[in-house]
Design a protein around this ligand. Structure first.
Ligand code: ZN
Length: 198
C-alpha cells in the first residue's frame, strides 16, 4: 500500500478538564451524533472497554456507549440485564438513573481514562435506568450485576466524576501514588492516550 492508512483513536485521561465538566444534553439526534456514536463504539472496541462516556472521547455531551458482555448476566438477572445485554453495543442518549437500591456492593473498577489502575468502589447494587437509545427507543429498566455498575460508572462521567472520586479513604491511599504518576504523565501528553487502527 502506498499510504499509511492507519487511523488514530484518542481518549482523554484523568486530569483533562473535559472529564471534570458536567456534560451537555443531546438536543437532537442528527448525523453528527450518529457519527459520534459510531466513533465511540469503535473506540470502546479498540480500547477493549465495556463502556465509554462521550467526555472520555473529548466531547462534553450526555451520551454513553455500553458494551457489557452477555456472560456478565447475574444468576438471577434483573429485567434490565435481560433486556439490554442482548443489544450490546448500546448507545444511550441523555441517560438518567431514576432510582437506586438501598443494598450496596463493592467491586474493583477500572476506567479507560485511568489506564492500569483498579480499585474497589462501593455503589448501589441495582439502579433504574431511564434513557433514549440512538434508535429513539425509550428504556426504563432495573439494572443490576456488571451492567448496573457500568451504567453508574459511565453516568458519573457525565457529571464530571470518575471512579477515583468515589474511593474509600483506604482505597484512595492505595492508589494515590499511581494516580499522581498518571496525572504527571498526562500533563506531558495533553491528557491523551492514542491507539492506531487499520
Ligand atoms: Zn470510566
Amino acid at each position: 500500500m502506498l499510504f499509511n492508512s492507519k487511523k488514530r483513536i484518542t481518549l482523554r485521561t484523568l486530569g483533562d478538564e473535559v472529564l471534570a465538566k458536567v456534560a451537555e444534553p443531546v438536543l437532537n439526534v442528527d448525523d453528527e451524533i450518529r457519527q459520534l456514536a459510531r466513533e465511540m463504539i469503535e473506540a470502546t472496541v479498540v480500547f477493549n472497554g465495556i463502556g465509554l462516556a462521550a467526555p472520555q472521547y473529548g466531547v462534553s455531551k450526555r451520551m454513553v456507549v455500553l458494551d457489557v458482555p452477555m456472560d456478565s448476566m447475574s444468576e438471577i438477572p434483573t429485567p434490565g440485564e435481560e433486556q439490554l445485554l442482548p443489544r450490546m453495543p448500546l448507545v444511550l442518549i441523555n441517560p438518567e438513573i431514576i432510582s437506586s437500591s438501598n443494598s450496596r456492593s463493592t467491586r474493583d473498577e477500572g476506567c479507560l481514562s485511568v489506564p492500569d489502575i483498579y480499585a474497589p468502589v462501593e455503589r448501589p447494587e441495582k439502579v433504574v435506568l431511564r434513557s433514549m437509545t440512538l434508535d429513539g427507543d425509550m428504556i426504563e429498566a432495573e439494572c443490576g450485576g456488571l451492567l448496573g455498575r457500568c451504567i453508574q460508572h459511565e453516568l458519573d462521567h457525565l457529571e464530571g466524576k470518575c471512579f477515583t472520586d468515589r474511593l474509600s479513604p483506604e482505597a484512595a491511599r492505595e492508589v494515590a501514588g499511581e494516580i499522581k504518576r498518571l496525572i504527571r504523565y498526562g500533563e506531558k501528553k495533553s491528557f491523551m492516550r492514542t491507539k492506531s487502527v487499520k
